[in-house]
Each structure stands twice: as structure tokens, then as C-alpha cells.
Design a protein around this ligand. Structure first.
Ligand code: GCB
Ligand code: CA
Length: 883
């Protein structure tokens, strides 16, 4: 629901019980009863057209749920049609259609006539359709939408450019005299609060009145300012004369509001401004708009950080994309609101609405919940050599600002994200780079100017990647605030390079206010490690990474704050990695279930509630290698903002421990079976006991294999990886790889020639990507000291050795898979079981290949050996089962 809908409700309430609302603005959603065709079709805009083969759909709708499976998701044209009957009472009124978003471009037809066009997939647009309407028969609305346009941002980026009409569609009827509805998709009323202090606040209301009638008219504009408690604080009047078909702008300035209730994340007090248009003579109300506003002041400081209402504030932020698997961006307002509630619950006070303007429901929630906002338009990676593109950028920027102008939550507007990333990759030579830098700088300056023209009262922000070229090129001097997207310890470098970079930047440009506008690490619930490292996608590495980053941001006064990348696991069709098509840096999974690390943030961000969370939800079905009958010791982490906590397993205390950096680690002894973990603590303020509990199932894997423990065992090893991998298809856990020791099992590497390696490229033919993406090369073999008997041996292969660029995200189509000809013989206990095996040659590179062999074993144990014939030998996984 948008703010506009509330107006309709208010109007209805005010008019009860007289039921004479006719004269006022009426609006309703028209999301139902549409038909859709993926593709272009001649005649689809006509009023008479055979819709055979079209799908019946409702809005919100996207045609790109294919982006969760196909890298080459559909980009092109889609058509929507709907029959719309208009009430006879509306005859004589002005009729508008409002689309909250159609991605990327839309052409709208009413009864076969073109009525309007829009460029930009993330901003709303409104069209006056009055001259084309019929009040006696249904009107045919046809909309052609196109998400392939390259003259409209975004044209590059690590997310899916979903196509479709994916936000609400409204029909609006107003009397001939009304507030301007055609101002860049805004509601035409702009509220400013240029000067605010604890003592007093100024408030001005700007707008435009339109007379669509053929007669002159005399009107009155009244503004009623309601305090947060609902009491009228002030009423302002203005008289306006309009000639036939005239538009007149107005400004109303309120008397200073004394001792205003301030808006803040802790106390988001909202004032409401009702703007009413009525006929001076008859006093009949013609139009009415209601807007929330709030009083706050803020500043970004290069040395001291961010201040709100005079107080220093760390911006505890997150970035948010707008999709949810499997429905894509066709999300309901309730779903958007749920996300905001979750972020608030986590304790965030800031959101970077990235990389594009989002649903009105989001902004409305930001105001109400007290979430400061940076909102931006999607100019990403590179500026193309296109005048049309630059023009659309400016249009979309102005639209965003006008549409969301009245939200007190918004403190800064943004444009451009990592705009030199692809620029640098594509143009290596200075002579090639120069024209691109020139046009990037020109566009940035143009947008900054437009931004300040639109809104002199808010800041501007750009987000950069870790390159000094932004300083050298002069880009960092343009906006008020600089965002650094920093991934040291993820895409490369060490974790500590993060603070090094920040401190260097600050020393170089102490006057630049800095936000850490992105930082994050991928995580996949199927992967766990006690020795995590970057790019292993283990839940544990993400935790380790964030546990390093967050204190760095907290402890540096000059850092205004950070916006974690990303709140959700989101759709990025071009991305491969452990979960192809998904960027899994979320603090919550796609379905919004929090990851354990969510509670690290909550523990750190929230001072108002006790947080005590056993961080084992991401891994409730564990396994580990057991020596004899000894319990298996595994670390269990607690996230808490309490000074200390106690952990129990099956009622037995493991002691009390103090927290450090909002975490406590316990060594927990696990034996086979399901165990109950319980954590307890005492809150500091009121001495209240609190607790958390969770069941963990544990399946030990024997270190020494014998007839007894092999009976039910499926011994599976994730070769070449430090990670446990649990297949979501079979639930089987593949253990981290290890070297052979006499009496046990592991890989053979007498000459120390073998290497762990891996790829981020998707492996075809499997859902178990991470298992195949990690491997060991040049290994001699694998050995299991098993008793005599018959065994099934399974070997997993995927040849990953082809020319490939290891970009963080692939921006071009994948290169052809060229096998370099890795050929080897495979022996089991000296029997040649596979001669000249070459998974790459036979099945193609990046293909999962699974080979099973039956082996009869005597007293010598079981040994698999590889003999390299050409290139290298490799193994991605191994599994053993006694028959
Ligand atoms: C970035 C981009 C963002 C990506 C993110 C990532 O720097 O701004 O769009 O999704 O990194 O996960 O790589
Ligand atoms: Ca592996």
C-alpha cells in the first residue's frame, strides 16, 4: 500500500456519513485481471486483439523467475493487457494511470491510442488518460514493457534486471481542479524542513494546482499540520486564481514550530501535513493529499562521523536488494514491510536502498520505524558513450528525489556505484581510459548539480570500490559523502587490509566523510569449516569476516557507519559460485530466515534488549571424526550482548564464559545422537534470567574403520576442501579432506606434490556445486585402511582447467570450455579400473562426473591410485561404502 492509498481512506472517513465523496480524489489499485505475453506481437496495442495464448496474471508480476535458473534470463519485450471499466460518475473528471514500476521501459496504450511512455525500471510514472477514456464500455489498457534497453540504467551490475510490471498499478480520478499529478510520478506536494533545532523548526509546503477545465476558477489551498499526537499544530490558507487550463505553483511557509518533537531512529515522531484544495465559493473540497514529515537535522563530518539532531551517531546500516526466490521482484507490500521490520529488529538504524529506488512501502516503513536512508539510482560499473543513457540517468534521479522527497528518513541521495570497476577492466591503456573518465566525470557533475537543484537540504553520496583512481580522476571530490565498498579478505587481500585502506583514505582526505558502503562475504548453509578461509563459502568464514569488520567500523570515529552487503541472499543471474544465480552474502537467507550471524549484528546494534543466541541454527545436523569412543569436541559459538553466559549440553554445564566482541566460544563434546544445547545468562539492567535452546544432531565418523562401524557408514570426503559439505539433495555430509595416516584414511601425497585448488565457475549436472568446485590435483591417490570385504568406491570429478577469468562476477558470456587434456589411469589396489580417464575430454569441462567401482579387498586395505598420462590428475570427491 502506498501513501496515496491512505489518502483515499482518509477521504472516505472524513466524508462519512454523508457519502458525497464524489467530488474528491478517488484511487484504487488495478492489479487484477491482466493478461501477459512474453515477447512482442503486432497489434497487441490495439483495442480489439485476440489474446489467445496469453497468460492470466496479477500484478506485481515479473517474467524473470527464469533468472534463478538461467544465466541468460529473458531480456526483451513483454506485453500486458487489461480491460478497465470506469464508473459513469467519473465522466467529467480527470483520469490517470499510475504505475509504481515497470522495468525497464514502458509504452502505454488506451483503447489503441498511445498515451505515454516511461524510461526507468525503478521509479513510478503517472499518465493522464482522460481524452482516451470511455465511461460506457470497458477500456482496453495495453502496456509494452522492455527490459533489454541499453539506454536506461542499469546496464551492468551484480544483480538481475528483472522485467515486468512488478509494483502496483493505480487508476486515479480527480475533479478538473486538482494538485498536479504529472510531476515526475510524484504526488506534486513537496514538504521542506530547512531549519530544525531542538527549539524550533521551519516548514514549507510547495506544490502546483492544475485547472483542467475550460473555465477560470478561484480556489483555496489549506494546509493542516498535525503534531505526532494528532492535534492540529497549525493551519495555513492560500487563495489561488486559475485561468482555464492553467497551472499555478504555490509555496506556503508555516510559522516556526516551537519545541518540535524530533524524528530519530529511537523516536520516529511524524508530523502530518494535510493539503486540501477547495472551491473558494462553494467551499466544496476538490482534492486532498496527506504527507508525513519529520523534524531532524544532521551532518556528515570527515573527522567526527555522522551526527543526528546534534548527537554523534554510528550509522548501523545494511544494503537491500528487492527480490525473493522464487518469485523475483514481484513482491507484495507486506513482504517489503516484513523486510524492514526484520532490519529494525536486528537493530539497524540505516539502510542503503541499493542499487535503485524501491517500493513506496519501503520508504513509508523507514519513516515509521526510524530508519535513516540513502537511496540511489543504478548507474553501475561504467558509463557508456550514450547521450540517451545520460539523459535517462538525470531523469531517473529527478524522479526518485521528487517521488520520495517528503520522507524525513532520507538523509542522502546517491548515484553511481563502483563506476570505475568495469571501466578499469575494459580500458587498460591511458589513451582508452581518458574519454571514459571524462564522460564519467561529466555525468557525475551533471547529476550532482541536478541533485542539489532538486534538493539542497540533503547530502549526496557515491560508492567506490577500493581503487585510488576515484581520487585521481576527481570523482571523490564531487559528492558530499564518499562510500567505500571494501571486500579485503574476500575477493583478495587480508582482513586487516580493510582498516589499512580506510585509515589511508582518511589520512589522505580527512575532509571526506566516509561510509563503508559495502562489505560482506558469501555463505552457504551446506558448507561449514573449523579452518575457514575466504571464498570457501562456509558460514564460519562469513562470521569471521564480519566479526572483524564491524568492530573496525565501530571503533573509528571518522567512519560515519557501514552498510553491510547485503541484507538478503539475492538474485544475480550472472553469478556462479557455490549457489549459482545467487549472491549469498545475506544476513538472512532468500526466504528471510536469519543466518546465525544476524544475531552478531543484533547483539552489537541493540542496547535495548538482551541478545543471547546459540549460533548453531545454520548447522543442526553435524558430523565429525571420532577417535574410538571419545566424544568429538566441536566449538559452539554464542552471540550475545551480555557480559557472560553459561552453556549446557543435555543438562550438563560446560561452565560460564565471558563474552568478547559479542561472542563466546565453548568446546562442546558431541556423541552420536541428538543433543539439547541450552545457553543461559542474566541481563545487566534488571537481573532477569534469559536463555536460548536448540537441538543438534550429531553423527560421528570413525577414524579407524572396522567391520562394525562400516556396516552403516557411507564415508564421503569433500576432496580438496577444508569444508564439511552437506548435500541438500541427499542430506549426506562430505567431510573435509585430510592426509592419510597409517591405520586411518586420507589422500596419499608422499612427494608433497599435490595441491588443493578450486573454481568459482558453476559445475553443470549437479546441485552439489561446492563439492565439485574444490579438488586436489597431482595427488598420488587415496587410501582407506579397511578390513577385507567388498566395497563400492565412488569417485567424483569435474575438470576445471580451462582458460577462465576469475572475475568477482562474470560480466560476459562464459568462454568456451576447452579441455587442456588431463588424462590419467585409475587403479584400485593395483587393478587398472579406468584407462586414460579424461573427464574433461569425455564429458566436457565443468561437468560433474561420478564413477562407481566395485572392489574386492583382501588384507592390504583399499588404495586408489592415479597415474598421470597427460596434464594433471585430480579428484573432487570420494565415497566409500562396504557392501
Ligand atoms: C559490489 C557491488 C555489488 C555486488 C557486491 C558483491 O561491490 O557494488 O553490487 O553485489 O560487490 O557481492 O560482489
Ligand atoms: Ca571437493
Amino acid at each position: 500500500m502506498t501513501k496515496l492509498c491512505k489518502i483515499a481512506i482518509t477521504a472516505a472517513l472524513v466524508c462519512l456519513p454523508f457519502v458525497t465523496c464524489k467530488s474528491q480524489r478517488e484511487m484504487k489499485t488495478i492489479n487484477e485481471g491482466w493478461t501477459f505475453l512474453k515477447g512482442d506481437a503486432t497489434g497487441a496495442s490495439d483495442s480489439v486483439y485476440n489474446e489467445k495464448g496469453w497468460d492470466a496474471i496479477v500484478i506485481p508480476h515479473t517474467w524473470n523467475t527464469d533468472a534463478y535458473t538461467d544465466k541468460a534470463y529473458y531480456k526483451g519485450v513483454g506485453w500486458y493487457r487489461k480491460k478497465l471499466s470506469l464508473s459513469k460518475d467519473w465522466n467529467g473528471k480527470q483520469i490517470f494511470l499510475k504505475f509504481e514500476a515497470a522495468s525497464k521501459a514502458a509504452s502505454v496504450f488506451v483503447n489503441g491510442q498511445p498515451v505515454g511512455e516511461h524510461q526507468g525500471g525503478y521509479t513510478a510514472f503517472t499518465i493522464d488518460i482522460t481524452p482516451y477514456c470511455s465511461f460506457s464500455s470497458p477500456n482496453v489498457i495495453a502496456v509494452k514493457v522492455d527490459n533489454a534497453r541499453e539506454d536506461i540504467p542499469p546496464i551492468s551490475g551484480d544483480f538481475t534486471f528483472f522485467g515486468g510490471i512488478y509494483r502496483d498499478v493505480w487508476v486515479i480520478a480527480v475533479p478538473k481542479q486538482h494538485f498536479d499529478l504529472l510531476n515526475h510520478g510524484s504526488d506534486g506536494i513537496f514538504i521542506q524542513t530547512p531549519q530544525v533545532s531542538a527549539k524550533q523548526a521551519s516548514l514549507a509546503i510547495k506544490g502546483t494546482v492544475t485547472n483542467d477545465a475550460a473555465e477560470k476558477t478561484q480556489l483555496e489551498v489549506k494546509h493542516i499540520i498535525y503534531a505526532p499526537d494528532g492535534q492540529i499544530a497549525q493551519t495555513l490558507h492560500q487563495n489561488i486564481r486559475l485561468k482555464a487550463h492553467e497551472q499555478v505553483a504555490f509555496t506556503a511557509t508555516a510559522k516556526p514550530i516551537i519545541n518540535p518533537r524530533l524524528w530519530s531512529p529511537e523516536s520516529p515522531a511524524l508530523y502530518r501535513v494535510e493539503t486540501i484544495l477547495s472551491d473558494s465559493k462553494t467551499k466544496k473540497v476538490l482534492d486532498r493529499i496527506s504527507n508525513y514529515t519529520g523534524f531532524r537535522w544532521f551532518r556528515f563530518d570527515g573527522n567526527e562521523g555522522f551526527f543526528l539532531n546534534g548527537k554523534p551517531y554510528k550509522l548501523h546500516g545494511i544494503c537491500r536488494h528487492q527480490d525473493q526466490k522464487p518469485i523475483g521482484v514481484a513482491m507484495s507490500d507486506e513482504m517489503h514491510r516484513r523486510d524492514m521490520l526484520l532490519m529494525k529488529e536486528m537493530g539497524a538504524n540505516f539502510i542503503r536502498i541499493s542499487h535503485y529506488p524501491q517500493d513506496a512501502a519501503i520508504l513509508e516503513q523507514c519513516d515509521k520505524l526510524g530508519m535513516l536512508v540513502w537511496e540511489e539510482i543504478p548507474i553501475i560499473d561504467i558509463v557508456p558513450d550514450s547521450v540517451a543513457y545520460a539523459n535517462t540517468c538525470e531523469l531517473n534521479l529527478r524522479e526518485m528525489i521528487r517521488q520520495h522527497y517528503n520522507h524525513p528518513a532520507i538523509i542522502t541521495w546517491g548515484f553511481m556505484n563502483e563506476i570505475l570497476l568495469v571501466t578499469q577492466r575494459r580500458y587498460k591503456k591511458k589513451i582508452q581510459l581518458k574519454p571514459v573518465l571524462d564522460r564519467t566525470l561529466a555525468l557525475a557533475n551533471r547529476l550532482e548539480k541536478a541533485l542539489k537543484e532538486e534538493d539542497p537540504y540533503r547530502s549526496s553520496t557515491m560508492a567506490f570500490h577500493a581503487s585510488n583512481m576515484y581520487n585521481e580522476a576527481g570523482l571523490s571530490g564531487i559528492t558530499d559523502v564518499i562510500g567505500w565498498n571494501l571486500y579485503s579478505g574476500w575477493y583478495g587481500g587480508k582482513l586487516t587490509d580493510f582498516e589499512k585502506f580506510l585509515d589511508e583514505q582518511h589520512a589522505q582526505h580527512p575532509d571526506h566523510p566516509i561510509i563503508v558502503s559495502e562489505y560482506g562475504a558469501g555463505s552457504d548453509r551446506r558448507l561449514h569449516s573449523f579452518a575457514p578461509h575466504n571464498f570457501d563459502f562456509s558460514m564460519e568464514y562469513q562470521q569471521q569476516y564480519l566479526e572483524h569488520y564491524l568492530p573496525v567500523i565501530e571503533e573509528r570515529p571518522y567512519v560515519c557507519g557501514g552498510t553491510h552487503w547485503n541484507f538478503i541472499d539475492f538474485s544475480s543471474a550472472l553469478r556462479d559460485e557455490s549457489m549459482p544465480r545467487i549472491n549469498n552474502k545475506g544476513l538472512v537467507y532468500s526466504d528471510r530466515t536469519p543466518k546465525d550471524v544476524f544475531f552478531y549484528y543484533q547483539a552489537l546494534f541493540r542496547k535495548d534488549i538482551p541478545v543471547l543466541h546459540i549460533a548453531a541454527r545454520d548447522w543442526t545436523h553435524r558430523s565429525g571424526i571420532q577417535n574410538g569412543k571419545d566424544p568429538v569436541i566441536q566449538p559452539i559459538k554464542i552471540y550475545t550482548n551480555l557480559p557472560e553466559a553459561e552453556l549446557f549440553i543435555d543438562g550438563r554445564s560446560l561452565g560460564k564464559k565471558k563474552s568478547e566482541n559479542y561472542t563466546i566460544l565453548f568446546d562442546v563434546p558431541f556423541t552420536a545422537g541428538t543433543h539439547f544445547l541450552r545457553a543461559t545468562g542474566i541481563t545487566g539492567n534488571d537481573n532477569r534470567p534469559i536463555e536460548d535452546g536448540i537441538s543438534v544432531a550429531f553423527t560421528p565418523v570413525p577414524d579407524r574403520l572396522n567391520n562394525e562401524n562400516l556396516r552403516e557408514l557411507e564415508l564421503a570426503v569433500n576432496v580438496g576442501s577444508n569444508c564439511f559439505f552437506t548435500s541438500s539433495e541427499s542430506n549426506l555430509t562430505w567431510l573435509p579432506d585430510r592426509p592419510y595416516e597409517p591405520g586411518g584414511w586420507g589422500y596419499l601425497d608422499k612427494e608433497k606434490k599435490s595441491e588443493e585448488t578450486g573454481t568459482q565457475t558453476q559445475i553443470e549436472n549437479t546441485d552439489d556445486n561446492p563439492l565439485y568446485q574444490t579438488l586436489r590435483t597431482n595427488l598420488e591417490g587415496y587410501r582407506f585402511d579397511v578390513p577385507a570385504g567388498e566395497y563400492e568406491v565412488e569417485l567424483l570429478f569435474a575438470d576445471i582447467f580451462k582458460e577462465s577469468d576469475n572475475l568477482p562476477y562474470q560480466l560476459n558470456e562464459t568462454l568456451p570450455h576447452v579441455s587442456r587434456g588431463n588424462v590419467f589411469n585409475v587403479f584400485i589396489n593395483r587393478h587398472l579400473v579406468d584407462e586414460q580417464l579424461s573427464p574433461g575430454r569425455d564429458d566436457g569441462c565443468f561437468q560433474a562426473v561420478k564413477k562407481r567401482y566395485i572392489a574386492t579387498v583382501g588384507n592390504e586395505g583399499l588404495e586408489i591410485r592415479f597415474e598421470q598420462l597427460n596434464g594433471k590428475s585430480f579428484l573432487n570427491g570420494i565415497k566409500l561404502r562396504k557392501l
